[in-house]
Write a protein that binds this ligand. Structure first.
Ligand SMILES: Cc1cc2nc3c(=O)[nH]c(=O)nc-3n(C[C@H](O)[C@H](O)[C@H](O)COP(=O)(O)OP(=O)(O)OC[C@H]3O[C@@H](n4cnc5c(N)ncnc54)[C@H](O)[C@@H]3O)c2cc1C
Length: 347
């Protein structure tokens, strides 16, 4: 029976980055994934935005998360030979005095002023977008190419036979005091990183998961290739060559992960109002985010089974959260450092 330090179930951004962190630190594991069938990571824009939402609130732990993200995505880009991220300024449309005041207050505050760009310039968006009342711009944003990352990391794992492509079957999991076994694989621990599918995981389904669906359009605008991300009712995230990822809203009630005509119609209405040039829809994509009620991830061992772990609940922020928290879980597993109360299951 092949013997490993760990099995990871799920190879979205969470499973990939965790595997990378454990492997870097000398552990030897195997990943099980069903071919990204349910992956939110294959749909996400991968934006890391230091100030989010309508109130431009500083993202939780962003000052710690950003340097770790830069470091880990940089190392991973080198390993797999594919550039995985871009630094991107983010422009926010301000539609009225209230939004302008709120923006000025937040971007000039002591805790956030280091994110303020020297000047605000629409650049290549200017000829294509109907101007809002005004704009604000922040620096230190990032765009991580999550769909590229999970595809390329899968290739890397396949090359060394470190991945098994199949649906994980809980009936085949056997628990022992000092190890677990799954079919022909023996491992010290198993870590579940199955995104929103954790809802049907018998060990962790009871946690406060609150999955949210999101949909996006891929559109093409001729002769428009900006470097910045623009948020004007929707996010416009440049994918290069005039292609933009445009989205996305939150659906809290849904019957499946498929794209819907109603969301598409909503996005087209917003696009028609905000764009002053023609655009072509290339694709309409959708997925379910692994969101948690208190918007914090779940990380750590199961209460009764110390060799079963969860690494999940990255919600809307998988790109920024996973590098930092993968290192945290690695340090717990390798060096017995405690799990932070912010993310532990006992919180
Ligand atoms: C429209 C949209 C836009 C988004 N934009 C952003 C953004 O700009 N920035 C950002 O940071 N985040 C964004 N997100 C959120 C981001 O997608 C998630 O935070 C992140 O992808 C979660 O990663 P994960 O690895 O936990 O889950 P997933 O990516 O869902 O990966 C889980 C993996 O496990 C596999 N799996 C599940 N169950 C099983 C099983 N039983 N057997 C085998 N394999 C299994 C799945 O197929 C999948 O491959 C967005 C999400 C959506 C939907």
């Amino acid at each position: 029976m092949p013997s490993f330090d760990y099995i990871i179930v799920g190879q979205g951004v969470a499973g990939s980055i965790l595997d990378f962190s454990l492997r870097k630190n000398g552990l030897h594991g195997i990943v099980i994934d069903n071919g990204h069938k349910d992956a939110a990571s294959k749909v996400a824009a991968g934006v890391i935005n230091p100030l989010t939402g309508r109130k431009y609130v500083k993202s939780w732990m962003i000052d710690e998360l950003l340097p770790r993200a830069q470091e880990v995505y940089g190392q991973l880009s080198k390993l797999i030979g594919v550039p995985l991220f871009h630094d991107r300024n983010i422009i926010r449309a301000l539609h009225n005095i209230k939004e302008e005041n709120e923006w000025e207050l937040k971007i000039n505050s002591e805790e956030s002023k280091h994110f303020k760009a020297d000047k605000t310039e629409l650049e290549q968006y200017e000829p294509v977008i109907n101007a809002a009342m005004s704009y604000g711009e922040l620096q230190s944003g990032m765009q991580v190419h999550l769909p590229v990352l999970i595809r390329a990391y899968k290739q890397f794992l396949s090359k060394y036979k470190f991945i098994v492509e199949q649906e994980f079957n809980f009936d085949k999991l056997e628990l022992h005091d000092d190890h677990i076994s799954y079919e022909t694989i023996k491992a010290e621990t198993i870590i579940f990183a199955e995104g929103y599918r954790v809802k049907s995981n018998p060990y962790f389904s009871h946690l406060a998961h609150e999955p949210s669906k999101g949909e996006a359009l891929l559109i093409k605008i001729e002769n428009c290739d900006p470097q910045k991300i623009l948020k004007q009712k929707l996010s416009f995230v440049p994918f290069g060559d005039g292609v933009f990822w445009v989205g996305s809203g939150y659906e809290w009630e849904f019957k499946d992960a498929n794209p819907t005509a109603s969301e598409k119609e909503k996005m087209i209405k917003i696009l028609d109002k905000n764009l002053k040039v023609p655009y072509k829809i290339i694709d309409h994509i959708a997925a379910i985010r692994p969101t948690v009620l208190d918007r914090r991830p779940y990380i750590g061992p199961h209460y009764n089974h110390k060799n079963i772990y969860i690494f999940n609940g990255f919600g809307t922020k998988g790109a920024s959260l996973t590098p930092y928290w993968a290192e945290h879980l690695m340090r717990h597993m390798c060096f017995k450092e405690p799990i932070s109360p912010f993310v532990s299951l006992e919180r």
